[in-house]
Write a protein that binds this ligand. Structure first.
Ligand code: SIN
Length: 189
């Protein structure tokens, strides 16, 4: 699958018939909401875990030297916390462009944090068959890759450090993110 998913998202999943849509963010969408929204609530999804396994050609790296950003990997029993935003369907013009590097929108069940209830929401997933996918590596190798990458949205290290801080602000643990953050901080010293 091509790494540019703008057309595919539009064609596979028209949203115009809906009044509003919940979007679940687990990466930069947690700490960088550069779009209008009606409300925003912490939420989690089950059966998925965050992994720095996706290449970034357009935000935290370049086509010649891609950075490393997050995607979600299926993992039975796992829980991934993030931020949910209620947006109008036209907001996906902007979001599809922002998440164009290999991410497809998928509907999944969102569970609110701190209050009962759940709803269907969209999440952007970059699966292993997209051209920008990098796959697993050791925490140390991922940290070294992140330390040496930068793109139009800034240093790759900012992506990781801002995410780790946002998770701590939400009182959330993520072993994968925090382990790579520790390795990165050693390299940045
Ligand atoms: C997300 O934040 O939900 C998608 C991945 C990213 O843009 O970091």
């Amino acid at each position: 699958m091509s790494h540019n998913t703008i057309a595919l998202n539009k064609q596979q999943q028209p949203l115009d018939h809906l009044d509003s849509v919940w979007l679940f963010g687990y990466g930069s969408l947690i700490y960088k909401a550069d779009f209008p929204y009606m409300q925003c609530k912490p939420a989690c999804i089950y059966g998925w875990q965050r992994r720095f396994w996706q290449g970034s050609h357009d935000h935290r790296g370049t086509p010649q030297a891609p950075g490393r950003v997050l995607t979600l990997i299926e993992a039975p029993g796992a829980r991934c916390a993030g931020m949910a935003y209620e947006v109008t369907p036209d907001t996906f013009e902007h979001l599809d462009h922002r998440e164009k590097n290999g991410y497809l929108r998928v509907f999944t069940e969102l569970h609110w944090l701190g209050e009962p209830g759940q709803t269907q929401g969209l999440v952007y997933l970059a699966s292993a068959d997209n051209e920008a996918y990098l796959g697993p590596d050791t925490d140390a190798a991922i940290a070294a890759h992140i330390a040496s990458s930068a793109g139009p949205s800034g240093p790759n290290s900012d992506y990781l450090l801002q995410l780790a801080q946002a998770l701590r602000d939400m009182d959330e643990q993520d072993e994968h993110v925090f382990a790579i953050e520790q390795q990165l901080l050693k390299l940045l010293k």
